[in-house]
Design a binder for this molecule. Structure first.
Ligand code: FRU
Length: 483
């Protein structure tokens, strides 16, 4: 541990203590999502299951509710429900990461936990430098930095970050987000036999690759893995323009499905699908757990949103992660479902079968409160159906055109409403909602679509209202959730 590392740990611990009471008193604190103890949280990092325990690291700025010199915070759980906040894994303490231990991934090798992350530096001229670095641990808690192992290759700019590593056969592979000198976002593929010496195979996908055309100036947080018979590349491209219902957040996260030939550095892939339709979702990462499930966490935030417009900022914290989702492939797209372990949070169940509403808005006895989980199965939606939650957020489905709409007041001007929409290619069959004190995650039809958003209702408001134009018939289950 260097002197600088010690100082940074100490300073972060002081900051946590200084604001603990104020942060914890915030009624918008979430009860079953990961949050920073103080300051700002962004991307999930280093997801891995090791010796039965789930490790979840995250981008953390302890000293302000804004971006800056990131630390890697660390949570551990055995069951996805009970989490321990552990000692800080990485601090920005060395010359090669002094302005941030940026995003990356984890793997297990020879009974050690390896973290691959991006060292971010602003040099004396104020120019950015980014290095792919390694740190290792024997106990999963204390990490020893090994320094940079990959440098920006010829023809690329210093936007070069977020390494994701995996093993296939005897070889290790790594993808990293990059930008070439023509300001095109790319994903570079590397190969190694010892995790320290890496050979560049080339760009495996990107803007102006694989017949894609212009598709963003930088690709962040790539993740490449197999799901059934598909190779999936998840990526967060920067610089897409809004296109009707698509690409309305500052930046997007989504995936390409196709076939990877790693040795030829080729990924034949189809179109880009956004993973989430809500207002706050970015920089997801996946991992394979010991049961063989592909599990995803996302950041429940987006970059460059006016941070000051979040009401939690006055309480000294901002942002959170999504609930973990299991990924599946249905033959044509990814399905995302909350991990079944979350059912452990259920306290009391309330079940109503066969509710029919015709041209009316109703409350359903017992369906209110927070935090809650709701599952609704639809027998019929004749025309339109909508849920209004806490007099703040509304989610609707219109049968004639299949449009799903999530709307809420704008953070900066509450008199204005903002929308996110998508078209459901089939009828509305099922809604599964996870509602926390200041967030909502809506899984539609077994995870064909997901809408994730922060919500900031009046804290005492816990009404959930159901509206139908024409007749809607459905059953509903509600669980009160423990944190
Ligand atoms: C994505 C991102 C990453 C970077 C990290 C820094 O949100 O910009 O590309 O590594 O955040 O915190």
């Amino acid at each position: 541990m260097s002197k600088r590392d010690e100082q940074l740990r100490e300073a972060a611990a002081v900051e946590v203590e200084k604001h603990r009471e104020q942060v914890e008193a915030d009624p918008y604190r979430l009860s079953f999502h990961h949050m920073p103890p103080v300051g700002l949280m962004n991307d999930p990092n280093g997801l891995v299951q090791w010796k039965g325990e789930y490790h979840l690291f995250y981008q953390w700025m302890p000293f302000k509710t804004d971006h800056g010199e990131k630390f890697w915070g660390h949570y551990i759980s055995e069951d996805f429900v009970n989490w321990r906040h552990e000692r800080i894994a990485l601090t920005p303490s060395e010359w090669y990461d002094k302005d941030g231990c940026y995003s990356g991934s984890a793997i297990i090798h020879e009974d050690q936990l390896y973290l691959f992350y991006t060292g971010n530096v602003f040099n004396e001229e104020g120019e950015q430098e980014e290095y792919q670095c390694v740190a290792t641990s024997k106990d999963g808690l204390h990490f020893e930095k090994k320094g940079p192992v990959i440098y920006v290759p010829e023809g690329y700019t210093s936007n070069f970050r977020d390494p994701k590593v995996w093993k296939k056969g005897e070889k290790w592979y790594l993808v990293v987000g990059a930008q070439n000198q023509h300001e095109q976002g790319k994903v570079l593929l590397y190969r190694s036999s010892n995790l320290l010496d890496w050979e560049l195979l080339g760009p495996v996908a990107g803007s102006n690759e694989n017949r894609l055309g212009d598709f963003g100036y930088m690709w962040e947080c790539p993740d490449l893995f197999q799901l059934h018979d598909q190779d999936i590349l998840i990526v967060s491209p920067q610089g897409l323009q809004p296109d009707g219902m698509k690409y309305n957040n500052t930046y997007q996260s989504g995936y390409f499905a196709g076939q990877l030939a790693a040795e030829d550095c080729s990924l034949e892939h189809g179109v880009f699908h956004e993973l989430d339709r809500g207002f706050e979702f970015y920089a997801p990462q996946t991992f394979l757990d010991e049961k063989g499930r592909r599990i995803l966490y996302g950041w429940m935030g987006v970059p460059e949103q006016n941070e000051q417009s979040h009401p939690t900022v006055s309480q000294k914290w901002i942002h959170a992660l999504t609930v973990p989702r299991v990924l599946d492939w249905d033959g044509s797209q990814i399905l995302q479902q909350p991990v079944p372990e979350l059912a452990e949070m259920r306290e009391a169940v309330l079940l109503h079968s066969e509710i029919t509403i015709t041209n009316d808005q109703k409350a359903v006895r017992g369906v209110e409160g927070k935090p809650v989980e709701l599952r609704m199965e639809f027998e019929e939606v004749e025309d339109q159906f909508a849920l209004e939650i806490f007099h703040y957020v509304s989610f609707s489905y219109k049968k004639s055109d299949g449009v799903l709409t999530l709307s809420r007041p704008q953070f900066e001007d509450k008199s204005q409403t903002e929308f996110r929409r998508t078209v459901l290619q089939e009828g509305l069959k099922e809604l599964h909602l996870f509602i926390d004190h200041s967030s909502i995650e809506i899984f539609v039809n077994g995870g064909k679509e997901v809408f994730t958003s922060r919500i900031f209702p009046q804290t005492e408001d816990d009404d959930i209202l159901f509206t139908s134009l024409g007749t809607s018939t459905f059953s509903i289950e509600k669980w009160k959730l423990s944190g």
